[in-house]
Write a protein that binds this ligand. Structure first.
Ligand SMILES: Cc1cc2nc3c(=O)[nH]c(=O)nc-3n(C[C@H](O)[C@H](O)[C@H](O)COP(=O)(O)OP(=O)(O)OC[C@H]3O[C@@H](n4cnc5c(N)ncnc54)[C@H](O)[C@@H]3O)c2cc1C
Length: 421
C-alpha cells in the first residue's frame, strides 16, 4: 500500500503571512495541504523578525479604505479578539500594530481550523522539477531528510528556496537593486510619554559622538506594541547576501553590536532612562532576496497608470518603500491618489513551471512595484490567491475565472468597486 502521509495535493513552503494564507485557502477547498516551516511558529517576519505592523491592509489617502478581505481580515478579527492590535495609525503610510505572541496563537488556530497539516522545524532543503513541473520537496528536520510529493506547490519562503532548489526560474533582487536588511529590535522600560519621534531618535544617535560611526541608520518610526507597551525600532541595518550563510552570520553579529549602541542612545531620551533590550530579531530582517520569474511582472508604470488586469486577484494599497543599500536612507513613493491598485495572478505563477506559484515578497514586481506589494497586509492577499490557484491546478481545474470565483467565495477583495466604505 502507498504511504499517503508523504503525498499531498498542495505543498506550501514557508509559514509567514503569505504561506499561512496560501495553506488555509487551499485546505478550505478540500485539498490535502502540507505547510512546511523552518521555525516553530507561524508568522514569518511578524513573529521571528520583530516586524510588528501590518502595512498594505488600507489605502493611504485621507480616509483610509480597507483593501484586504478574506484571510487577512480574519487574522485582524482574531487579533482584535485578543485585544492585540492597535490602529490604524498614520506614519508616512497607514498601518496597524500588533502583539507577535497573539499572531502566533491566531495563526495556529486559523491553520488548524482550515485543516492544514503544519510541519514545524522543517527546512525545505531540496526540490525536484521534471518536464516543466514541480514533483517533490525534500525537508530537513531532526529525523533527517524526508521527501514529499504534491500536484502543486506554493513558494512562500521569501527567499525563493523551493523554486531555486528545484531549478525553476528565479532572480536575485532586480538587477543591481536589492532592498537593505534591518535587524528590528524590541525595547522595554519606555514611558508612554517618551518623545520617540524619528527626529528625537536621530538627535540621540548623534549624541553618541564618535560611537555614532559604529551604527548605520539614525532615524526610524517607533512602533508601540499594544499589550506590553514595548517599542520596536528598525535601526541596525546591514548590506549582506541572505543566500550566503557566512554573509548573513556576519550581519547578525554586527547588527546585535549596533543594537547595544542604539540602546545607549535611547537611554538619553526623556522617559527612556530605564530602557532595556527585550529582543533583537530573533532573525535579521531580509526585505528582499530572490524573486520568482513569473508569467507577468507588475511594474510601477502599471501602478501609476492604474492598469486593470483581467486576471486581477488582489488589491495593493502600500507604496514603493525603498531602503537603500548605499545610503541607508528610506523612502516611500505613493500610488496615484494614494488609492488601491490591481495585482494580476500572472505575477504569482512561475514562468517555466506550471504547477509552481508564489506569494508575499516573492511575487514578481519590478524594483518599485515589488517594494510595494511585498508588505504583510498584501502578502495575506497574494498568499490566499496563490493557495487557491495551486489547489485548482492540482485538481486539473485551473482557470483564472475559477480562481477569482473561489477568492470571492472566501471574501477576498478583488475589485476596487468592492472595497468596503
Ligand atoms: C526590517 C523590516 C521591516 C518591515 N516592515 C514592515 C512593516 O512595517 N509592515 C509590513 O507589512 N511589512 C514590513 N516588512 C516587509 C514584510 O515583513 C515582508 O515583506 C513580509 O513578511 C513578506 O511575507 P512573506 O510571507 O512573503 O515572508 P516572511 O514573512 O519572510 O515568511 C517567510 C517564511 O518562510 C520560512 N522559510 C524561509 N525559508 C524556508 C525554507 N527553506 N524552508 C522552510 N521555511 C522557510 C521563514 O521561516 C518564514 O516563516 C518589513 C520587512 C523588514 C525586513
Amino acid at each position: 500500500m502507498t504511504d499517503r502521509s508523504f503525498d499531498y495535493d498542495v505543498i506550501v513552503a514557508g509559514g509567514g503571512s503569505a504561506g499561512v494564507a496560501a495553506a488555509a485557502a487551499s485546505a478550505r477547498m478540500g485539498a490535502r495541504t502540507l505547510l512546511v516551516e523552518r521555525y516553530n511558529c507561524l508568522g514569518g517576519a511578524s513573529t521571528m523578525r520583530n516586524v510588528a505592523t501590518y502595512c498594505g491592509l488600507y489605502t493611504l489617502g485621507e480616509s483610509p479604505r480597507r483593501v484586504v478581505g478574506g484571510i487577512g481580515e480574519e487574522v485582524m478579527q482574531g487579533l482584535r479578539k485578543q485585544g492585540a492590535v492597535s490602529g490604524p495609525r498614520r506614519y508616512r503610510g497607514v498601518s496597524v500594530a500588533f502583539d507577535p505572541e497573539a499572531v502566533k496563537f491566531v495563526l495556529d488556530e486559523l491553520a488548524a481550523a482550515a485543516g492544514v497539516t503544519v510541519m514545524f522545524s522543517s527546512f525545505v532543503a531540496a526540490a525536484e522539477r521534471r518536464d516543466g513541473r514541480m514533483r517533490t520537496a525534500t525537508v530537513a528536520g531532526h529525523s533527517g531528510l524526508k521527501t514529499f510529493s504534491a500536484r502543486a506547490f506554493v513558494d512562500c519562503t521569501g527567499e525563493g528556496d523551493l523554486a531555486a532548489f528545484a531549478g525553476a526560474s528565479t532572480r536575485y533582487g532586480n538587477g543591481a537593486d536589492v532592498n537593505l536588511g534591518t535587524l528590528a529590535t524590541r525595547f522595554g522600560g519606555i514611558a508612554p510619554s517618551a518623545p520617540l519621534t524619528p527626529r528625537r531618535i536621530a538627535e540621540a544617535v548623534a549624541g553618541l559622538g564618535a560611537k555614532a560611526n559604529s551604527v548605520t541608520k539614525d532615524r526610524a518610526a517607533a512602533v508601540r506594541l499594544p499589550i506590553s507597551g514595548d517599542v520596536v525600532l528598525h535601526l541596525a541595518s546591514e548590506d549582506y547576501d541572505p543566500r550566503d550563510s557566512l554573509s548573513m552570520s556576519a550581519a547578525e553579529v554586527r547588527g546585535r553590536r549596533q543594537t547595544w549602541a542604539y540602546l545607549e542612545a535611547l537611554r538619553t531620551i526623556e522617559g527612556c532612562e530605564d530602557a532595556y533590550l527585550v529582543s533583537t530579531g530573533p532573525e535579521f530582517g531580509t526585505r528582499e532576496s530572490r524573486h520568482l520569474n513569473c508569467q507577468r511582472q507588475l511594474t510601477w508604470d502599471d501602478i501609476e497608470n492604474r492598469a486593470g488586469f483581467e486576471d486581477c486577484i488582489a488589491l495593493g494599497g502600500w507604496g514603493a518603500e525603498w531602503h537603500d543599500r548605499a545610503t541607508y536612507l528610506s523612502s516611500l513613493d505613493f500610488p496615484p491618489d494614494r488609492g488601491a491598485y490591481e495585482i494580476p495572478l500572472g505575477c504569482l505563477r512561475s514562468v517555466d513551471t506550471a504547477n509552481l506559484f508564489c506569494a508575499g515578497r516573492l511575487a514578481d514586481g519590478d524594483r518599485k512595484a515589488g517594494a510595494a506589494i511585498r508588505v504583510m497586509g498584501t502578502a495575506f492577499a497574494t498568499g490566499q490567491a496563490a493557495g487557491i490557484a495551486a489547489t485548482l491546478e492540482a485538481d486539473g481545474r485551473f482557470a483564472v475565472s475559477a480562481v477569482q470565483a473561489a477568492l470571492r467565495k472566501q471574501d477576498a477583495i478583488l475589485d476596487p468597486a468592492d472595497i468596503p466604505s
